[in-house]
Design a protein around this ligand. Structure first.
Ligand SMILES: [Zn+2]
Ligand SMILES: [Zn+2]
Length: 668
């Protein structure tokens, strides 16, 4: 084997294709190994070297990296940290060039308001590599961006582009830290008045609206504006009169404590208030004076930070921040803790977690989108003792969300008339989770406050019931922060949900850092290597899984089977196919699922999609809906029904359901 010989052009192209196709899913070394092994089957095969691999990957990354610019951030010790930041217009153009899905979605977004678009930013810290032996170099801050006008796609992870990333060890050297970095991002985004996008329909002029929105957990919010957050006297970014738990007693009007349940009483701390506070801090006469001011204002002075940058702060003021449903409710949030409280109460009443688990597993519960018996999931995930600790449920956010419905069902059965206060609070929590689920799966944009009235009223009732049941001491800052979920939803026209981003993090977490051992201590090179890979993975997956779907996603279309002659006749569409899955904006439905429309229900037997007919379901009709405290009860029939979904329907899959005789019991 001619190890030393250079690869032929054909071989280079072939290897490059192999490296490109894997996106970032496996390491270059792994691809090389397989490619070399397979090439041994050919006579006179040449081996590719690690260097060949590096060169070809660099070529693959090159078009994407051309959209990035390197900036230098000053450090406390006088040197600089290099930071690669995307030019958003150019990166969107590259996404359009490389992905059909992106060009379709951008075409729609651009035409929705004459090319004016609103940028949404998100950042979070991700720990990569071995979680049991975390290395400082493995802590990376990821910065993603998308556009509000891509509305229906925002809950798809491939609709978010990574526009920059920086290792924690570098960021903490930057004077002014995250706040300074975000000032740079804000300024750069709005440096130009707009940009051209070449779309299939022609060249379009696009511009970003002056205000950018920001979505994150509380920690990232605190770092962005350099505010004290939950630990300070003023635990809320948005309110000026809400005081921390340390002042539960002697709170007099107009102040209120974080236990307060009436959103009408919260007074805003405006952007102007923040700008003024930051200016005062910047010009404080002495260090002592500055520290006093910091305490009162709830902000910390960050040199070159977002709040002291007169241009950057206008584009990204504190009022642009959005809280999200995952962090306030389901990831160490309001629901996670109350699940924990309820498990403890059940134990005190003689019903152990083990009893609960056995009882749930012996029923024939089925879970949305799997349609199979869910007992393995209940036994090993949802009700496994390792998922609980002193504070509550520790599992994934989506699991906490489902568990509320299941636990509530058993609370109704097992506690009957005991523990009335705790039961009342938990019933309101279930109602809240149900309302949040409807908002999550809503097809149309949420652009009127009235759509959120029920959410607001349930939150108010739940807050009061929770305090009554567990006492003011049990209230945490997130119990207050959730009151800003409604206004955050109205800002984005979408129920903000960081599940999307947290799931996207796995691409960095997985093999990426291991792939990059050589550059792990060279921040700037690591940034470039990862940015290129992440981009390629995003556009590849966007085309594979689809960005915005009303019908069968691309992967399901590829393996679709022609529908029966009778069905094609009935729906008058000769292109009609039976598909494995139908995607209705945010809802994914498969055969076997129970699908509930407002007053109609069915057990799906076939998902159908055709060019003329659009998506349809063939289902066994469910009849005689009876609303229940846990959801609804239906009568199963053998009657075939053809159901056509519409964006005006409240489409829903129950979190869990089971057949009981001829009845179908749905938890939602
Ligand atoms: Zn997070
Ligand atoms: Zn507040």
């Amino acid at each position: 084997m001619g190890r030393k010989r250079k690869l032929s052009q054909a071989e280079q192209d072939n290897l490059k294709e192999c490296l490109a196709d894997t996106g970032g899913r496996c390491s270059d070394q792994a691809v090389l190994k397989v490619w070399n092994k397979a090439s041994e089957l050919r006579a006179g095969a040449k081996h590719a070297t690690a260097n060949d691999g590096r060169q070809l990957t660099a070529e693959l990354n090159e078009p994407c990296l051309r959209c990035f610019e390197t900036h230098e951030l000053p450090t406390l010790t006088g040197d600089t940290v290099r930071f690669c930041l995307a030019n958003l217009g150019e990166l969107l153009q590259e996404a359009t060039r490389t992905s059909q899905e992106w060009s379709l979605v951008l075409e729609r977004a651009v035409s929705s308001d004459g090319g004016r678009m609103t940028c949404i930013l998100y950042h979070d810290e991700v720990t990569c590599g071995n979680i049991l032996a975390p290395r400082k170099s493995g802590k990376v801050c990821m910065l993603y961006a998308s556009l509000m006008e891509m509305h229906a796609s925002l809950s798809v992870e491939n609709a978010w582009l990574c526009i920059g990333l920086v290792q924690h060890q570098d960021l903490e050297r930057v004077s002014g830290g995250m706040s300074r970095l975000m000032a740079l991002v804000s300024r750069e985004l709005h440096k130009h008045s707009g940009f051209h996008l070449s779309l299939p329909s022609g060249q379009k002029w696009c511009s970003l609206r002056a205000k950018t929105y920001f979505l994150s957990d509380a920690e990232a919010q605190r770092a962005t504006w350099s505010v004290k957050g939950s630990s300070g006297l003023k635990p809320c970014l948005f309110c000026c009169n809400v005081l921390s738990k340390s002042c539960l007693q002697d709170v007099t009007e107009p102040f209120c404590s974080i236990t307060a349940a009436d959103p009408q009483k919260f007074l805003p701390f405006t952007d102007q208030d923040y700008f003024q506070a930051a200016d005062e801090l910047q010009h404080a006469a002495s260090k002592t004076k500055r520290q006093q001011l910091e305490k009162v204002l709830g902000t910390t002075y960050a040199e070159g930070g977002l709040l002291v940058d007169p241009v950057a702060r206008v584009h990204l003021p504190p009022s642009s921040s959005c809280v999200d449903v995952l962090h306030v409710y389901f990831a160490n949030g309001v629901a996670s803790w109350e699940i924990g409280n309820m498990i403890k109460i059940l134990e005190e009443e003689g019903i152990s977690l083990e009893t609960l688990r056995e009882s749930a597993c012996s029923s024939d519960w089925r879970k949305a989108a799997t349609a199979q018996n869910a007992s393995a999931y209940l036994r090993n995930v949802l009700l496994h003792p390792k998922m609980f600790d002193e504070t509550g449920f520790k599992g994934q956010g989506r699991d906490a969300w489902s568990l509320v419905f299941l636990l509530h069902y058993y609370v109704l059965q097992l506690l009957e008339d005991r523990q009335q206060l705790a039961r009342e609070s938990f019933s309101l929590l279930r109602a809240l989770c149900s309302e949040l689920r409807c908002l999550k799966y809503r097809c149309k944009p949420i652009n009127e406050a009235a759509i959120l009235d029920r959410l607001v009223s349930l939150q108010t009732k739940h807050q009061a019931a929770y305090v009554k049941s567990y006492g003011a001491e049990a209230i945490k800052p997130k119990h207050h922060h959730r009151f800003h979920l409604a206004e955050s939803t109205l800002k984005l026209h979408w129920l903000p949900n960081c599940e999307v981003h947290e799931s996207k993090h796995r691409h960095v977490k997985g093999g990426f850092l291991e792939n990059q051992k050589k550059s792990i201590n060279k921040g700037w090179e690591l940034q470039k290597a990862l940015l290129g890979r992440l981009f390629r993975q995003t556009v590849l997956d966007a085309d594979k899984f689809g960005l915005n779907h009303w019908g069968a996603p691309p992967a399901a279309v590829q393996v679709a089977k022609k529908a029966s002659w009778e069905m094609r006749q009935r729906l008058q569409d000769d292109t009609l196919c039976v598909v494995k899955e139908l995607r209705l904006v945010r809802l994914s439905v498969k055969a076997g699922d129970v699908l509930l429309f407002d007053t109609v229900g069915g057990v799906v037997t076939q998902c159908l999609d055709g060019r003329l007919a659009g998506p349809w379901f063939l289902a066994k009709r469910l009849k005689n809906k009876i609303s229940q405290d846990f959801g609804s009860l239906w009568t199963a029939t053998d009657e075939d029904a053809l159901l056509q979904p519409s964006v005006d329907h409240g489409l829903l899959l129950p979190a869990f359901w089971q057949f009981v005789g001829d009845k179908v019991l749905c938890l939602h």
